[in-house]
Ligand binder design. Structure first.
Ligand code: NAD
Length: 440
């Protein structure tokens, strides 16, 4: 394989992983970011995000001279045959995706195009964004310079991103020319995975439809969990029994505090908005979003049920990141729950294995402590908000000894209800009933 020269614009969770992993399969990659501090950190060999395994891939490929960083798109585009747009597409207040960063990059790319280049939409964008990128390139680019726009949505999961890149379930490529398809096939040749070639609009829809479907599975099992709580059934057993059905599958059927992060909440809302824009009322996804919002209230309600008045009480929160193995706090259920508790006059002590640095500025008034056991000392209750493995390994009898009252609200069904009850906890979990003193 002849290595390709690639520029990746945006070095966040997606851009940095994409850039580093493309370098790892042999390409020459320059990663560009507008954030000077990020570029400075990367140039010094540091990483601006926590992602398991990424540091080693970045270090190895910098050493081999296949991966470099710059703040200057013009410099990066000097040799680039492909330019990946991997900038953020955050939600606007009305739920639509904010595409202004994508537009800015498309304009800058147009101004620096000087030979045939494939411009790859990597960011998650609503259908028809490819057409807008193409129009921007035509309006701002030099006449006679050829280019192709490609949609190549990213399906990596934070926490397992490096592995997801090298062993993806599929690679989706939306193209409008055979020439662009050939370039994309060559780029990904070392990766063995089903290669799905579509038109650009379908590729854009595949990403939003996939994320919305996964969010639907999560809200579905949380709705079943609410039923289980009413009738005294166990949602984890229901999910187990469902998951063996190959048509359903076991993943994303874990009841809990709901989805968070930078993707599902934003992508579900953007999909609803996009559908609305073309006259389709996506009622199903509106319900998915509503159920998900409710899960945060579930946690506060259970704490209230256990502690009666929240004012003046102290709640210890284990886990701040929106899921384990990441330091990403965007739309993390823990943050919303903590804010709701503070609004009721509750004090909060919190711990997270990796997200503490990022959490400080977002959680004024919260006492952030270095160990999970320090968090529970003298607290009136413990809320498990993120299912970090290290929490599961903690001896609950030590937790009980440190808590002022043995209240455990397990928002991620991390512990065994019978074991918690046997230790004397008043234990609540999602869709598995309450145990211990809770029944009294
Ligand atoms: P991020 O916020 O972590 O990173 C985006 C980066 O783009 C930032 O470093 C920012 O400084 C940079 N940037 C913004 N404007 C720029 C410009 N004009 N020039 C250069 N750099 C610029 O975002 P992310 O989580 O990596 O997500 C990027 C896109 O990928 C989003 O559309 C997201 O929905 C999608 N996506 C994310 C994930 C995920 O797990 N995070 C997974 C799949 C898809």
């Amino acid at each position: 394989m002849k290595p390709k020269h690639v520029a990746v614009v945006g070095t966040g969770y997606v851009g940095l992983v994409t850039g580093a992993c493309l370098a790892d399969i042999g390409h020459r990659v320059v990663c560009v970011d507008a954030d000077k501090a990020k570029v400075a950190t990367l140039k010094k060999g540091g990483l601006p995000i926590y992602e398991p395994g990424l540091d080693a891939v970045v270090a190895a490929n910098r050493k081999k001279g296949r991966l470099s960083f710059t703040g200057d798109l013009k410099e990066a585009m000097k040799t680039a045959e492909l330019v990946f747009i991997a900038v953020n597409t955050p939600p606007l207040p009305n739920g639509e995706a904010d595409l202004s960063f994508v537009e800015t990059v498309a304009r800058q790319v147009a101004q620096n195009l000087h030979r045939y280049t494939v411009i790859v939409e990597k960011s998650t964008v609503p259908v028809n964004t490819g057409a807008k990128v193409r129009q921007t390139l035509r309006l701002h680019g030099k006449k006679g310079v050829e280019f192709d726009v490609v949609s190549n949505p990213e399906f990596l999961r934070e926490g397992t991103a490096v592995q997801d890149f090298s062993k993806p379930d599929r690679i989706v490529v939306g193209v409008e020319s055979e020439r662009a398809e050939k370039v994309m096939r060559e780029l990904y040749a070392p990766i063995k995975a089903p290669f799905v070639v579509t038109d650009i609009k379908s590729a854009e829809l595949i990403k939003h439809a996939s994320n919305s479907f996964l969010a639907t599975k999560i809200s579905f099992i949380n709705a079943v969990a609410a039923l289980c709580e009413r009738v005294g059934a166990d949602v984890s057993l229901v999910a187990k029994g469902m998951g063996y059905d190959a048509r359903i599958g076991a993943s994303f059927l874990r009841a809990g505090l709901g989805y968070g992060g930078s993707c599902f909440p934003k992508d579900v809302s953007a999909f609803i908005k996009m559908a609305e824009g073309v006259g389709v009322d996506f009622k199903l996804l509106k319900a998915v979003r509503e159920i998900n919002d409710h899960q945060r209230h579930w946690a506060v309600e259970r704490l209230r049920q256990a502690l009666w008045n929240l004012r003046g009480k102290t709640v210890a929160v284990w886990g701040l990141a929106f899921k384990p193995d990441t330091d990403d706090l965007r739309n993390a259920p823990a943050l919303d729950i903590i804010h709701a508790l503070q609004a009721e006059g509750c004090k909060v002590t919190a711990h997270d294995p990796v997200a503490m640095g990022k959490a400080g500025p977002l959680l004024p008034g919260v006492r952030l402590v270095k160990t999970p056991l320090e968090a529970v000392r003298e607290a009136d209750a413990l809320l498990v908000a993120t299912e970090w493995k290290e929490y599961k390994a903690i001896d609950l009898s030590r937790v009980k000894a440190l808590l002022r009252t043995p209240v455990l609200v397990d928002g991620r069904n991390l512990f065994d209800p019978a074991a918690a009850a046997a230790l004397g906890f008043l234990y609540h979990s999602v869709g598995r009933g309450s145990a211990g003193l809770a029944g009294h």
